[in-house]
Design a protein around this ligand. Structure first.
Ligand SMILES: C[S@@+](CC[C@H](N)C(=O)[O-])C[C@H]1O[C@@H](n2cnc3c(N)ncnc32)[C@H](O)[C@@H]1O
Length: 274
């Protein structure tokens, strides 16, 4: 597609699914959309846009394609082990009840993994786990506790699987004890105001297609949303550019601690914000 077609598609996507593609890496997004649209058997962008009109299924497919909501429990095990063995013990020394935000939580696999680890470490303590995503369908599966397919739970230690799930015909469903620990809520990281006061923010595999400028603004906003010495947990394939300038220090692979106020920067509002 050319620039003019991309501009047209961006307007259409913003109008139909309220996602601002200006926050994404342009060349990469154009390439991905080209592939997606040809698989949708549209001859050109104009035809694809008219195909979208009045077709909720096609709109949902496009939204899922852009946001990519694949997830699993204990994704990248090694980093969940760092969380369990090093990060939580250190945070728990300063605060008996933690305030945690899973930002871009997909169907709930990530916040539930966190709630299970915490229940093992501090039985009976009700930490607050706030789980947000842009995608309503994902949130409703999360809220229902599943059901999840065997592939989604394959990394979970067997003890956690036995302790925190029911197994039925549809798959694995999280039990009430863990479900009641999570508050699911819709939030668009590029439009909505951030909640604040967190010991830990987990934002993994959400910003991989975002532009560097959008990632920088998000890091500043996460920094502002963390308590002093709070931790940001990012994805295994991600790195934070200019961590020190943004007021972070890398303490383990994928874990960044809030250390100071960012150099000459304050939290930003996106141009797409309403
Ligand atoms: C690949 S999943 C990652 C899920 C989980 N964090 C993990 O690592 O397994 C990316 C999630 O980010 C969500 N997402 C994408 N753009 C978003 C935005 N602007 N605001 C909030 N969530 C967003 C998607 O809906 C999707 O559920």
């Amino acid at each position: 597609m050319n620039e003019i077609e991309y501009e047209h598609l961006k307007r259409k996507i913003r109008q139909l699914i309220q996602i601002d593609l200006n926050n994404y890496k342009e060349n990469q997004m154009m390439r991905r959309l080209d592939g997606f649209i040809s698989r949708a058997k549209a001859t050109d962008i104009a035809q694809y846009c008219s195909k979208l009109d009045g077709d909720p299924m096609e709109i949902a497919k496009l939204r899922n394609f852009i946001t990519i909501n694949v997830s699993e429990f204990y994704r990248d095990q090694v980093h969940f082990e760092t969380l369990r063995k090093m990060v939580f013990p250190s945070l728990l020394r300063n605060s008996a009840r933690l305030n945690i935000w899973s930002a871009g939580c997909s169907d709930g696999q990530e916040p539930y993994s966190i709630a299970m680890i915490l229940d093992e470490l501090t039985p009976g303590i009700k930490h607050r786990v706030f789980a947000t995503d842009i995608d309503k369908e994902s949130l409703s599966k999360g809220n229902a506790g599943g059901p999840y397919q065997p592939a989604e739970v394959r990394n979970l230690p067997q003890t956690l699987l036995m302790k925190y799930f029911y197994f039925g015909e549809d798959g694995y469903t999280v039990n009430e004890k863990i479900r009641e620990r999570i508050i699911f809520s819709q939030l668009d990281l590029t439009r909505d105001k951030f909640p604040i006061g967190f010991d830990l923010i987990v934002c993994r595999n959400v910003t991989i297609y975002f532009s560097n400028e959008t990632k920088r603004i998000l890091s500043l906003n996460f920094q502002n949303a963390l308590k002093e010495n709070g931790i940001l947990f990012i994805g295994a394939t991600e790195t934070m550019l200019d961590a020190a300038d943004l007021g972070f220090q890398r303490v383990h692979p994928c874990f960044y601690k809030k250390v100071t106020n960012p150099i000459s920067e304050s939290p930003k509002v996106f141009s797409s914000a309403i």
